[in-house]
Design a protein around this ligand. Structure first.
Ligand SMILES: NC(=O)c1ccc[n+]([C@@H]2O[C@H](COP(=O)([O-])OP(=O)(O)OC[C@H]3O[C@@H](n4cnc5c(N)ncnc54)[C@H](O)[C@@H]3O)[C@@H](O)[C@H]2O)c1
Ligand SMILES: O=P(O)(O)OC[C@H](O)CO
Length: 415
């Protein structure tokens, strides 16, 4: 995850001239390095740089289709790599050079991993983690050594003073109260980069609403950074292409903050469902059917809320859904596995020392489904299991008994 200090560096031009100047370096569009790159390279290729065999003025006397095909692929790949490298190195250098201090709110596993990641990018960078209890600081990765330039403090004033960027990694349900308690020290121009994934129970707010409202500043610069990214893999320095692949969005009308945030929140609920199927040993066929149905439900709701379908099928949607639903490192999936194996939610919660955002977010699903008139059988079933109103076994039976077409991918999804 080349996150904060890398994603913004993919800048091309100012995005929103109403934002403070330090924010103008953010990209004008969400950044993806995958297919979009390939596409734009192909689209930009000029005939002289990338000759096509059919237009070759000097035909090969000994044509070899396999050799020609390989050459075309090789040339296309080389151009892609050159273009990507030059863009990345320029963008990275610009923002890294200008950034001196980053503050991280939330000393949990992801806050710690992001602090380490950012600190590793530049030794002179001051990375301050604002934590509630220094005793528990750094407990999440006892086997990992943190960079020397990461410092934990309980002093909000000194942590926030002079920061160039703020990484917000406090669990969603506690974010408003935490931010209200430090609001007096927050510079109104400090860009907030939200890493939290979930919906606030009862209010149904996402971080794009929670942060400015808690800080009492509707113009607080805000970015939602989301995508497939386990804290442990970031700490292990495994490639986590957040900067390259994750969607980075600025909250103005042209950016899909809603899509990024709603997908990040609901994938946690779907991961609980996937875990339940795993815990009940229902097999791979059921798993694939359930996850694809869940993807549709997320897309139906998100698009009714105004999200772009391409956001939901991109990395912060489908990418993160795949990671969280299919990989055992996911806390949400693990909760589901344990529920599916017959454990009570209360026991599971008592044994966990980390957050599984999907549990609270599930409570918001039914209200959202009603508000937007969307039918979401899988996500609703998770909410009812969490509320202890339905057993996993009964939920599976009910889901399989739904009339075909009313809940399948071909359905429009409305109630
Ligand atoms: N861990 C990951 O792999 C990962 C990846 C991407 C995004 N996220 C998101 O990051 C957010 C934080 O997750 P995490 O994995 O770091 O959680 P965590 O369970 O590891 O840690 C939670 C942190 O929040 C703190 N906290 C709890 N109650 C608080 C309160 N009332 N006020 C202030 N702080 C409080 C805890 O002390 C702890 O430091 C979540 O929204 C999660 O979805 C996590
Ligand atoms: O461990 P989870 O289930 O909270 O998932 C962590 C991240 O959101 C994966 O991208």
């Amino acid at each position: 995850m080349a996150a904060v200090l890398e994603a913004p560096f993919f800048s091309s031009k100012p995005h929103n001239t109403n934002l403070p100047s330090k924010f103008h370096t953010f990209p004008s569009k969400p950044t993806f390095l995958t297919l979009r790159y390939t596409h734009s390279c192909a689209a930009n290729a000029s005939p002289s740089q990338d000759p096509h065999p059919n237009s070759d003025p000097d035909p090969d006397p000994d044509p070899d289709p396999t050799r020609d095909r390989r050459r075309i692929v090789r040339v296309a790949w080389q151009k892609l790599v050159r273009w990507s490298r030059s863009w990345r190195s320029k963008a990275n250098t610009d923002v890294l050079q200008r950034t001196n201090k980053v503050v991280v709110l939330g000393g949990g596993s992801f806050g710690t991993a992001m602090a380490a990641h950012v600190a590793n990018r530049k030794a002179e960078l001051e990375v301050k983690m604002l934590v509630r209890d220094p005793q528990v600081c750094f407990k999440y990765f006892p086997d990992h050594r943190l960079p020397e330039n990461v410092v934990a403090t309980t002093d909000a004033k000194s942590a926030l003073l002079g920061a160039d960027y703020c990484l917000h990694a406090v669990p969603v349900q506690f974010s408003a109260s935490f931010l209200e308690s430090v609001a007096e020290y927050v510079d109104p121009g400090l860009p907030f980069i939200s890493l939290s994934k979930g919906l606030e129970l009862n209010t149904l707010r996402m971080m794009a609403q929670i942060i400015p409202q808690a800080l009492r500043n509707p113009r607080q610069p805000f970015v939602a950074l989301s995508g497939p990214s386990f804290a442990l893999e970031l700490m292990d320095k495994l490639p986590t292409d957040i900067g390259a692949n994750v969607q980075l969005v600025i909250s103005d009308n042209s950016s899909d903050v809603t899509g990024v945030e709603i997908a990040g929140a609901l994938k946690n609920v779907l991961a609980i469902a996937a875990g339940i199927v795993e815990g009940m040993n229902l097999g791979n066929n059921s798993m694939a059917a359930l996850v694809s149905q869940g993807c549709s439900e997320i897309r139906w709701l998100a698009t009714k809320m105004g999200a772009k379908p391409t956001t939901i099928t991109g990395l912060s949607g489908t990418g993160d859904i795949m990671l969280t639903c299919f990989v055992n490192l996911s806390r949400n999936r693990t909760v589901g596995v344990r529920l599916g194996s017959g454990e009570k939610l209360e026991n599971i919660l008592n044994s966990m020392n980390q957050v599984a955002e999907g549990i609270s977010t599930a409570g918001a699903v039914i209200a959202l489904a009603q508000k937007y008139n969307v039918k979401m059988p899988v996500l609703t079933a998770v909410a009812r299991i969490i509320d202890n109103e339905l057993t996993p076994k009964k939920a599976v039976f009910e889901l399989m008994s739904l009339p075909q077409g009313s809940h399948s991918l071909t359905s429009g999804g409305s109630i």
